[in-house]
Write a protein that binds this ligand. Structure first.
Ligand code: GDP
Ligand code: ZN
Length: 458
């Protein structure tokens, strides 16, 4: 991503048709742009002005509202101009083209993905965790995910991280001050209760980690793969879990040829469920079926859990034994016996040595609640009632690394020949990890990666 600070513009609303559409511009000074667009008109900051939007020749393209935010009191911390017109793709393109033309002399160019938010970060309007929460709020796939993204956006997550950083800095300063007076080093750990302070930091870090890990679950969801012979009821089970008709259910074997990915939610956790092509091993398959089967195995390797579906009224087939042999190591398998209405089994769950067996009926909606509860258990979901932070994998890695450094610090403090300089060094490393979450200590290339995943106009 270019780091030049020339003014930028982009369409800020989603592509397609809508009631209104917004073209947004940001720059250190947008006065030349505003003069060119609306000669002789003064736009009062934070007031909506109803205006015709005209092209260079004076013809009206659209009319709508102009909103002007004078920096630093804006999203990006720079001057921001928002033009709200009608939300059609052509009219918005014309409006954007007009803005780029009118701002041409002041160096205005098209914004790159995430560039508005990156400027907000660079101008200290948002820290990095908050900036990431902007993208996560936009991408949230469930209401619970949106709520916790909004928690992070409001700075709640950043605040607890800052508190950990401050506590670590305080302890570090104490230790480093002692390092200058070697004769006092011996008693230092006792007198200052450094071990007790460290224990408190580790405890709060673990608490934050748990909330962040639950939040990450809301963001990432659980990848679930449905496998099984044709006609065992994979599509029916998906529908029963989703509570809506999302996959084609037919009584003819082999109808779900392409994989169907459907995100459903259980208690707000997105389950990315892939209903696979029925796995058949006979020779009579056509090309489409073969491709579907290859894809199926590709997905199974990436799954968090495999749901292996069987027909309880028929029992396992030779092909099922082959499927089981092909399962990748380390991915938990739930063996689901469907159609208990035909077999006479009771809805139940049984953790056996080979796998957890679950008896249910997709059609009769028997045992579906057992399956939902088991999926939540596998996901590691705990209803805490606490507000969660919509954390990213990156945050969890940093929190984990910080915890390791604090543990090492604890070990240095435990040894008989306590090593205060190693203790201090581990505190410093823990602090760097924590600071990378909010972006006080984040390499530029990582920033580039983070912001490039935003949409244009955000
Ligand atoms: P898939 O090929 O594995 O996706 O199987 P489908 O979901 O398309 O279902 C195949 C057939 O089995 C359909 O006729 C379903 O109505 C039927 N079926 C699915 N679940 C049940 C069940 O719990 N009980 C009974 N009796 N039939 C079921
Ligand atoms: Zn199917």
């Amino acid at each position: 991503m270019k780091l030049d600070t020339s003014p930028i513009a982009a369409i800020a609303t989603a592509p397609g048709r809508g009631g209104i559409g917004v073209v947004r511009a940001s720059g250190k000074s947008l006065a030349p742009l505003i003069d060119a667009l609306f000669p002789g008109t003064r736009l009062a900051p934070r007031h909506a002005t109803y205006l015709p939007f005209k092209n260079a020749g004076g013809e009206v393209i659209d009319e709508g509202l102009a909103l002007y935010f004078k920096g630093p009191h804006s999203y990006t911390g720079e001057d921001v101009l928002e033009l709200q017109g009608h939300g059609g793709p052509v009219v918005l393109q014309m409006l954007l083209a007009r803005v780029l033309e009118a701002g041409g002399e002041s160096g205005l160019r098209l914004a790159e993905p995430g560039e508005f938010t990156r400027r907000a970060f660079l101008n200290d309007k948002l820290d990095l965790a908050q900036a990431e929460a902007v993208a996560d709020l936009i991408d949230a796939s469930t209401e619970a995910a949106a709520k916790s993204a909004s928690q992070s956006l409001s700075g709640a997550f950043s605040q607890v991280v800052h508190k950990l950083v401050d506590q670590t800095i305080n302890l570090r300063m104490l230790v480093e001050a002692t390092l200058d007076f070697p004769e006092e080093e011996i008693d230092f750990l006792e007198k200052s209760n450094a071990r007790g302070q460290l224990a408190i930091i580790i405890e709060s870090l673990e608490h934050v980690f748990r909330q962040a890990a639950q939040g990450a679950l809301l963001r990432e969801g659980l990848n679930v793969v449905l496998v099984g012979q044709p006609n065992v009821g994979k599509s029916s089970l998906l529908n029963a879990l989703a509570g809506a008709e999302v996959a084609i259910v037919t009584p003819i074997a082999g109808t779900t040829r392409d994989k169907v990915t459907e995100t459903i939610q259980i208690e707000g956790i997105p389950l990315n469920i892939i209903d696979t092509a029925g796995i058949r091993t006979d020779e009579g398959m056509d090309v489409v079926e073969r491709i579907g089967i290859e894809r199926t195995w590709g997905e199974v390797g990436k799954a968090d859990v495999i749901l292996h579906l069987l027909d309880a009224s028929l029992g396992p087939s030779a092909a099922d034994e082959e499927i089981v042999r092909a399962f990748p190591q380390g991915v938990p398998v739930l063996r689901i016996w469907n159609k208990i209405d035909l077999s006479g089994h009771k809805a139940s769950i049984d953790a056996a040595a080979d796998a957890t067996h679950l008896y249910l009926s997709a059609n009769e909606k028997l045992g579906i609640d057992l399956l939902r509860a088991e999926l939540l258990r596998i996901a590691g979901w705990q209803q805490t009632g606490e507000s969660l932070y919509l954390a990213r994998e990156r945050h969890l890695i940093a929190l984990r690394a910080a915890r390791e450094h604090l543990e090492l610090a604890r070990q240095h403090a435990m040894q008989d020949d306590q090593s205060l300089d190693l203790f201090a060094e581990e505190l410093r490393l823990a602090q760097d990890q924590l600071s990378s979450i909010t972006g006080q200590f984040t390499p530029d290339d990582l920033l580039g990666v983070i912001f490039s995943r935003f949409c244009i106009g955000k």
